[in-house]
Design a protein around this ligand. Structure first.
Ligand SMILES: *Cc1c(COP(=O)(O)O)cnc(C)c1O
Length: 399
């Protein structure tokens, strides 16, 4: 058994993880953990999942050399792992397809999900359409207003969107509402969590479905470079795209791993979403991790220009990698992310998601300090078509 497998079994990553849930959910989490353990030892499940990744999601996604960004940074060669080319335009589909397969395996017909900007909602609705599952997505009223096109997409895909009017009416409140639904519907409903967060087994389950990113990257680097990359940079919201690419390299100390969080508009509480940079240990949404909170343990408000990074928590495994020092985490501000959004568009012809743009800014800083014979991989977690409207609002019409 390797270290990854051990980590998946007990649900703890050092002092982080676990299950902080009402008793009514424990049986469902056990059922999910058992179904997943069974599925993993069933070659048919693995074959079915890989087949869908290939023929439905469009994997493997390419590893693309970025010559002009490399020249701009003036150091290491920069490569892009193209999750923007996966079906629905981001990495999230890897997880929702995997969990939809598990839903069927558990004999459940109804799926619920939470969504912030709507990306996970769309990816969940897509997987449910493909498998004929009933789908309801919880979304805060504020996000519904900001992301009305994604609400329409989910409806087109056959999902019902439940508007949440509680609290700040954003992702955190949508997650609470989805948890409440699950407590009452757990015998016939599966909750597809969208990142490496939540109670065990979700963090390891989601990471496992996303680890295809890292496996492909490793193979592609061996094929093209004949060796492993020197550094990998990914953005971190809940942490699923980062965990998906990092996990395959975690036992290779020669590969530096860097997670970039949302630095927002400043360092004060409420102005950013840099959970690992500024947070403290605490419990949020069913697991112990590092959380942005006030002195009473109340979850802090967060801000980021990118809705997918705008979350006051982070996956427990990232909290562990942070504490152990295996992964370096830094923040990148809204302003620099928007600059990087333009930079990749102009230099490489790829319009990145605003989330991803944070990783690009961080990677350019790092590449500049590296040697020309070194190689840096950016996980290009998603495409930016969804953000074009918001970018236009921030940048004006560019003429
Ligand atoms: C949702 C999203 C993220 C943030 O989520 P993680 O779980 O941290 O990966 C990053 N990039 C894109 C394109 C997203 O849609």
């Amino acid at each position: 058994m390797n270290m990854n497998e051990q980590r998946q079994i007990d649900g703890w990553f050092g002092e982080f993880g676990g299950r902080y849930v009402p008793e009514t959910l424990v049986a469902a989490l056990d059922q999910l953990a058992d179904a997943w353990a069974e599925a993993r030892s069933d070659p048919d499940f693995e074959r079915g999942f890989r087949d869908l990744l290939r023929h439905y999601v469009g994997r493997a996604t390419p590893l693309t050399y970025a010559p002009r960004l490399t020249e701009h940074a003036g150091g290491a060669s920069i490569w892009l792992k193209r999750e923007d080319l996966a079906h629905t335009g981001a990495h999230k589909i890897n997880n929702t397809i995997g969990q939809a397969l598990l839903t069927r395996r558990m004999g459940k017909q109804r799926v619920i999900a939470e969504t912030g900007a709507g990306q996970h909602g769309v990816a969940t609705a897509t997987a449910c359409a493909r498998f004929g599952l009933d789908c309801e997505v919880y979304m805060g009223a504020e996000d519904v207003r900001r992301q009305s096109l994604n609400v329409f997409r989910m409806k087109l895909l056959g999902a019902k969107v439940n508007v949440v009017e509680d609290g700040s009416r954003t992702l955190k409140d949508a997650t609470n509402a989805a948890m409440r639904d699950w407590m009452e519907s757990v015998d016939h409903t599966h909750y597809i969590i969208g990142s490496v967060v939540g109670p065990h087994p979700f963090p390891s389950l989601v990471r496992s479905f996303q680890s295809v990113i890292g496996r492909e990257t490793r193979e592609q680097c061996m094929e093209v470079l004949g060796r492993l990359p020197d550094r990998i940079v990914a953005c971190v919201g809940g942490g699923s795209n980062a965990a998906g690419i990092f996990t395959e390299f975690i036992d290779d100390p020669e590969v530096a791993l860097v997670g970039i969080e949302a630095g927002g508009r400043g360092e004060s509480s409420g102005d950013h979403a840099s959970t690992l940079v500024h947070g403290e240990p605490g419990v949020l949404h069913g697991s112990r991790s590092i959380v942005l909170q006030d002195h009473d343990g109340q979850t802090a408000d967060v801000h980021s220009c990118s809705a997918g990074l705008d979350y006051p928590g982070v996956g427990p495994e990232h909290a562990h990698w942070h504490t152990s020092g295996r992964v370096e985490y830094r923040g990148v501000s809204d302003e620099r992310a928007i600059e990087a959004f333009c930079l990749l568009s102009e230099l490489e012809g790829c319009i990145p998601a605003l989330e991803t743009a944070h990783a690009i800014a961080g990677a350019v800083d790092d590449a500049a300090t590296m040697d020309p014979d070194q190689h840096l991989v950016i996980n290009l977690s998603g495409r930016g078509d969804k953000d074009a409207e918001e970018a236009r609002r921030l940048l004006g019409d560019l003429d």
